[in-house]
Design a protein. Structure first.
Length: 474
């Protein structure tokens, strides 16, 4: 749209509002007409005009006024539309001109050289009425000019028929008044129309703002509904996982127990092939049991039913116990494991099993994504602020920064992750467990540069400040 160009619907709205204002100001027209009939009739009576002439004139004037009343009444009960607006205006203007004609013909009832006082009275009444019309109908100048031109035009003709200097002067005064009032009518119309236009623009802006507010409220309502549904679904999922994990773990423990018993020779000696089968069953069972435990832990955490059992322990020693659990995986993948732990590491006060679970998950995940000949490094640090960090760095392919939030969600994997064995639970579980300890978990990675996974334990996880963590766990 060209700058400054009005939208078509704005001009249409402006015109409709002008029509509404026009009809609102029409209220009281009948009262003003009655006053005009009274004073003009009184002037005619004082000029000795026959009563029957006055009666006929007043009766016709009253009928026109009644017609205006009917039109205004019907308008109030109708619906104004762009299609019927001009018709309503045309009818109202026509009847207005009829009232002007009735006012204008009244001087013709007087003799050509009749009562000057009566002529002046009619002139005053007519000028007053026309002035009020111009003032009250600024939004519709066609009405004001129609009433003024008919009434004042006829009044001018009535003055001219006397053919004397005095009446010529009055006629000139009427014409000058008509020109002046017409000019002012157009000026007032432009001002009032612009005011209506500005008001309509404000209405449109308000409507747009209200629409936007309503849209946002609806979006917020839908978001709340979606959130509630998601929470219910998440709760149902957590309950399902917890129940299923529990039901699966019971028979798996039996499978592991009987497999271990068979391997120990309780049912008699086994040949090499049978021993190999039993070892495969035990390894697969341990892997499946680990997945079940991860599922159960994650579901309990999400349900808010997970219990942290902190105790003081030597973290480097516990790390040493984790390494045998992943060493076979590292050897099979041709990945070297390096350990970088200072001698002055403090005693940690945390849940021993959960810390071991986090470290094993990180080491296993790093080994899985590190190519043959690569290296996984476990680093531990105690900062001056009191925090303890455990980092696992690999020389794998890495990932884009935008993928990091995704892999921290349960069951989510990158495209590369989908090609590797796993469920997508390891990293999310580490994050949840770290947060349960009042700490945090962070991932740093870039394509071709490997990945660094870091667990941050808060200062009160150090054994010397173990009271805070114990209170938080309780």
């Amino acid at each position: 749209m060209v700058e400054g160009e009005e939208r078509p619907d704005i001009e249409q709205r402006v015109y409709l509002e002008r029509v509404r204002v026009f009809f609102r100001h029409a209220v009281g027209t009948q009262f003003r007409s009655a006053i005009a009939i009274f004073f003009v009739g009184l002037s005619l009576y004082y000029a000795a005009v026959p009563l029957w002439s006055i009666g006929v004139w007043a009766g016709i004037f009253a009928m026109v006024t009644a017609g205006l009343a009917v039109v205004e009444l019907r308008y109030r009960h109708a619906t104004l539309t762009p299609e019927n607006a001009k018709t309503w205006v045309a009818v109202r203007v026509t009847l207005g001109m009829a009232t002007g004609i009735m006012m204008g013909v009244s001087p013709f009832l007087l003799p050509a050289h009749g009562n000057v006082a009566s002529e002046l009275m009619i002139y005053v009444v007519l000028i007053t009425g026309v002035s009020i019309t111009f003032i009250g109908y600024t939004t519709m100048p066609a009405y004001s000019i129609g009433v003024a031109s008919t009434s004042m035009g006829l009044l001018t003709l009535s003055f001219l028929r006397a053919q004397d200097r005095f009446h010529y002067t009055l006629a000139v005064m009427v014409v000058i008044s008509l020109v002046f009032l017409t000019k002012k009518a157009f000026e007032a119309s432009r001002t009032s129309t612009e005011a209506v236009r500005v008001n309509e623009r404000l209405k449109i802006v308000n409507e747009q703002l209200q629409t936007e507010v309503d849209r946002r409220h609806e979006a917020e309502r839908e978001a709340r509904i979606a959130r509630d549904v998601a929470l219910e679904a998440s709760s149902a999922k957590s309950d399902f996982l917890a129940n299923m994990s529990h039901e699966l773990r019971t028979p798996m423990n039996a499978v592991m127990g009987f497999s271990g018993a068979l391997r120990s020779g309780i049912a008699g000696p086994l040949n090499d092939k049978q021993t190999e089968y039993i070892v495969d069953i035990l390894n697969s069972g341990e892997h499946l049991l680990t997945l079940i435990n991860d599922l159960l832990d994650l579901s309990k955490i999400e349900a808010g039913k997970f219990e942290v059992k902190p105790e003081s322990f030597d973290l480097p020693e516990q790390i040493g116990r984790c390494l045998p659990l992943v060493r076979k995986q590292a050897e099979a993948g041709g990945v070297a494991i390096e350990i970088d732990i200072p001698d002055d590491m403090p005693v940690l006060h945390a849940d021993r099993r959960l810390v071991m679970q986090m470290v094993v998950n990180l080491l296993s995940n790093a080994i899985k994504f590190t190519p043959r000949g690569g290296q996984v490094t476990l680093t531990m640090r105690h900062a001056a602020t009191g925090t303890v960090t455990v980092s696992v760095t690999d020389t794998g392919p890495g990932m884009p920064a935008e993928d990091i939030p995704r892999v921290l969600l349960p069951f989510e994997q990158t495209e590369l992750g989908k090609t590797k064995e796993g469920t997508g639970l390891g990293l999310p579980l580490v994050k949840r467990i770290a947060e349960l300890h009042g700490g945090a978990f962070a991932l740093e990675s870039a394509p071709g540069e490997g990945t660094v996974a870091t667990i941050h334990f808060p200062g009160d996880a150090v054994a010397a400040d173990k009271g805070n963590l114990q209170a938080r766990a309780n």
